[in-house]
Design a protein around this ligand. Structure first.
Ligand SMILES: NC(=O)c1ccc[n+]([C@@H]2O[C@H](COP(=O)([O-])OP(=O)(O)OC[C@H]3O[C@@H](n4cnc5c(N)ncnc54)[C@H](O)[C@@H]3O)[C@@H](O)[C@H]2O)c1
Length: 93
């Protein structure tokens, strides 16, 4: 026996594609609103003084170059003067 779905007078079924699209738009708007409120705050570091310890080593050198690219003033600190000077040269280049 075939079942027929009852519908209210004046009620029109919306096509699935339309409701999916509508849900996408609502999701996009909600996500954008949340992003505006919860987005990570960044602080400009240009002209800030940054002390980097171990700046003659791998991570210290990377950090020095990254902070330098963002315009920070650096204090490079390492017990190994030779590798520290190499970092300083790279930063000044
Ligand atoms: N490289 C990685 O992937 C990684 C991952 C996790 C943790 N770490 C840790 O991060 C730290 C740095 O890593 P890295 O790969 O740059 O090591 P690295 O050995 O390349 O550099 C360490 C630097 O610190 C200097 N140093 C040591 N004692 C010092 C002191 N008292 N004052 C000033 N400078 C000093 C050393 O001369 C050296 O140049 C280490 O403790 C390491 O264990 C590194």
């Amino acid at each position: 026996m075939a079942l027929k779905q009852a519908s209210l007078p004046g009620h029109h079924d919306l096509p699935n594609g339309f409701t999916d699209g509508l849900l996408d738009v609502v999701y996009f708007i909600l996500r954008s609103c949340l992003w505006i409120v919860l987005r990570p705050r960044t602080k400009p570091i240009d002209s800030e003084m940054v002390l980097i310890t171990g700046s003659g080593g791998a991570l210290g050198r990377l950090s020095a170059l990254e902070f330098s690219n963002h315009g920070a003033e650096l204090v490079l600190w390492d017990i190994n003067g030779e590798t520290n000077e190499e970092t300083a040269k790279l930063v000044r280049a």
